[in-house]
Design a protein around this ligand. Structure first.
Ligand SMILES: NC(=O)c1ccc[n+]([C@@H]2O[C@H](COP(=O)([O-])OP(=O)(O)OC[C@H]3O[C@@H](n4cnc5c(N)ncnc54)[C@H](OP(=O)(O)O)[C@@H]3O)[C@@H](O)[C@H]2O)c1
Length: 354
């Protein structure tokens, strides 16, 4: 009798686990109406991604939990980086997604080479660490995070300087780039790209690269539209990926200056949001998608990343809205990069001049 009851309990538990598993798979396999941006290879990058930089505020486990739930919402694109300090945890979530029914080919996983690994002999080991941490056998996109070699401890003040920091030296950048190209040739990464670049630097890279950058990650939000760089990368067939798409409202105090403006409080954004019955954040996200960049908002809060995903996939701005938002660009760079300055630099603007 006891054995019979145990068997019944086991069968019921198995059925419950199986239906849970199938339910999860079904949800993951739903046809999501995620718009895409096509890269020069013909590959399709989902037009919204989830940022994973928790900064000082969110733990690796919180970010990793958000990755799983965001996939349930419909996200397939995750923007990672070694320097975010959470690739191992995010990788566990990615493995969970694949084991529970998401095809690897339907995911878009980006990672980035940190500034202290530009030396030729450091690139491949740094990439392999990210690949291992993310528990994958290839990446969709691997970026050089910043075009400046340097080292600084996490969370240092913006006044901190690395005495060994270097400016952009094209010859050295190309040595790093050649290593990224070798990763493509070995089938370990589908695309390589740049981040935090200027037109002048990109022109040199495009002149000398054997494999061209497929994407350029850059700060993009309504108060910082970078129209020249944006148009330049698009004219070269490079997809602009826009970071801090909401104006990074939660960045640490040390990264704020009195001149910084707040996108989600702009009267134009507020009035469009009011008319559409949505939030200012949703307007920023939809503006980005409709303009042609790929926003990668960060959040660990279900209501926020679900709202951003809905905005990217279903909200519609009018042509007048797009024109009105084009008119509120304030050239307000929020991520200035002060800590990456080298000895003779005069100010953070040096990082952004050709
Ligand atoms: N390539 C690079 O050099 C670089 C540089 C910076 C960032 N990135 C990438 O870009 C990602 C995003 O950048 P970011 O975090 O600086 O800026 P962001 O996405 O503009 O701002 C994120 C913050 O906005 C709030 N938020 C998110 N969704 C919201 C919503 N729907 N409604 C209202 N508030 C919302 C959250 O604040 P609370 O948490 O306070 O609620 C969240 O922490 C990063 O995670 C990283 O992947 C790349």
């Amino acid at each position: 009798m006891v054995a019979f009851v145990i068997r019944i309990v086991l069968v019921v538990r198995l059925m419950r686990d199986e239906s849970y598993r199938q339910g999860t798979s079904l949800a993951y396999n739903r046809q999501m109406a995620v718009p895409h941006q096509e890269l020069f290879t013909g590959a399709k990058m989902p037009a919204i991604g989830l940022g994973t930089f928790g900064s000082d505020k969110y733990t690796p486990d919180q970010v990793a939990a958000a990755v799983i739930d965001a996939a349930e919402v419909g996200y397939r694109h995750f923007d990672c980086a070694a320097v975010y300090g959470n690739e191992a945890e995010v990788g566990t979530s990615i493995r969970h997604l694949i084991q529970n029914g998401i095809d690897r080919e339907d995911l878009w996983i980006t990672s980035k080479l940190w500034n202290n690994c530009h030396a030729e002999s450091d690139v491949v080991p740094a990439f392999e660490k990210s690949l291992t941490d993310l528990k994958l056998d290839y990446l969709d996109l691997y970026l050089i995070h910043w075009p400046y070699p340097n080292y600084h401890a996490p969370k240092v003040d913006v006044s901190s300087r690395d005495p060994h920091a270097k400016p952009y030296i094209h010859e050295n950048y190309m040595k790093t780039w050649r290593q990224l190209e070798s990763l493509v040739q070995r089938g370990l990464v589908k695309h390589i790209g740049t981040s935090n670049m200027t037109i002048g630097k990109l022109e040199q890279v495009l002149r000398d690269a054997e494999i061209m950058p497929a994407a350029n990650e850059m700060e993009l939000h309504p108060h910082f539209q970078q129209p020249e760089l944006f148009e330049y990368v698009r004219s070269k067939g490079i997809v602009p990926v826009g970071y801090s798409p909401l104006g990074s409202p939660s960045r640490p105090e040390r990264d704020r200056t009195p001149e910084d403006t707040v996108d989600v409080e702009d009267p134009v954004i507020l009035s469009i949001a009011e008319r559409l019955g949505t939030s200012p954040a949703a307007v920023c996200i939809r503006w980005a998608v409709q303009r042609g960049q790929v926003p990668i908002p960060f959040s660990v809060k279900h209501s926020q990343y679900a709202e951003s995903f809905r905005a990217a996939t279903t909200l519609e701005l009018t042509q007048d809205d797009m024109v009105a938002i084009a008119g509120i660009d304030k050239g307000c760079r929020l991520i200035k990069g002060q800590v990456f300055l080298w000895e003779r630099a005069t100010g953070w603007e040096d990082l952004w001049t050709d």
